[in-house]
Design a protein around this ligand. Structure first.
Ligand code: PGA
Length: 253
């Protein structure tokens, strides 16, 4: 069986100014220093990246951004490029459902961003997931497979080693209503993994991490993370609470 190192990423969303970010990192570091066997990534807002990258120096914790623009530079007011992010971090969340729903991000845009991130040496955490309506209409598999295929279209086979996918059912995000461990694992194992194997080959597809996101917390993490194809978590609300986030990381270790 393929061994996949679990990855737990904290998506802080639009929370924590630099001062608050520093306090959160300082609370997390002693909790997480000794945890072995799990990759941890913090994803604060852009304005915190420089400071947080300094605070994380010498620690094992990784740093990621929450978005990027696909061009390298130019007249794109308000945007940040992959090369700029690379100065501070190693990861970037792409295609989060909030960006898709509120900022018009399509699968084509997600695909351009994934390519730009990879070209700059960033590891994309590509988010996919169905809405409540799609779920109730029974189209979860079609929607999720379609998003993975389109978001990861046209990549070189070597890209597989740098890519992380996060399955985040939209109805589970911020609602306190996580998917059941079996339900989430079914999507990971029977929908996302087969598409990754199809795109990148069996071996590479089996080695890729598929994170679950959507109301994962210190109470439900262990059971979710015990599933065969849940290789970590993308944590929103609980990543802002040091004790809760540390407990999730420990559950993954
Ligand atoms: P949540 O958010 O953990 O607050 O549900 C997860 C996410 O949006 O990545």
């Amino acid at each position: 069986m393929t061994q996949r190192t679990k990855l737990v990423a904290g998506n802080w969303k639009m929370n924590k100014d630099p001062q608050e970010a520093a306090a959160l990192v300082e609370a997390l570091l002693p909790e997480l220093e000794a945890v072995e066997g799990v990759e941890v990534v913090l994803c604060p807002p852009f304005v915190d990246l420089a400071l947080v990258s300094q605070l994380l120096e010498g620690s094992k914790l990784g740093l990621g951004a929450q978005n990027l623009h696909w061009e390298n530079s130019g007249a794109f007011t308000g945007e940040v490029s992959a090369a700029m992010l690379k100065a501070y971090c190693g990861y970037v969340i792409i295609g989060h459902s909030e960006r898709r729903a509120m900022f018009g991000e399509t699968d084509e845009i997600v695909n351009k961003k994934v390519k730009a991130a990879l070209a700059a040496g960033l590891k994309p955490i590509v988010c996919v997931g169905e809405t409540l309506e799609e779920n109730q209409a029974g189209s979860t598999a079609d929607v999720v497979a379609g998003q993975v295929r389109a978001g990861l279209a046209g990549l070189e086979p070597e890209a597989a080693g740098s890519l992380i996918v996060a399955y985040e059912p939209v109805w589970a995000i911020g609602t306190g209503l996580a998917a059941t461990p079996e339900g989430a694992n079914e999507v990971h194992r029977d929908v996302v993994r087969p598409v990754l194997r199809e795109l990148f080959g069996e071996k590479a597809g089996d080695a890729m991490r598929i994170l679950y996101g959507g109301s994962m917390n210190e109470k439900n993490a262990a059971e979710l993370l015990a599933q065969s194809d849940i290789d970590g978590g993308l944590i929103g609300g609980a990543s802002l609470k040091p004790a809760a986030f540390a407990a999730i990381v420990k559950a993954a270790a």
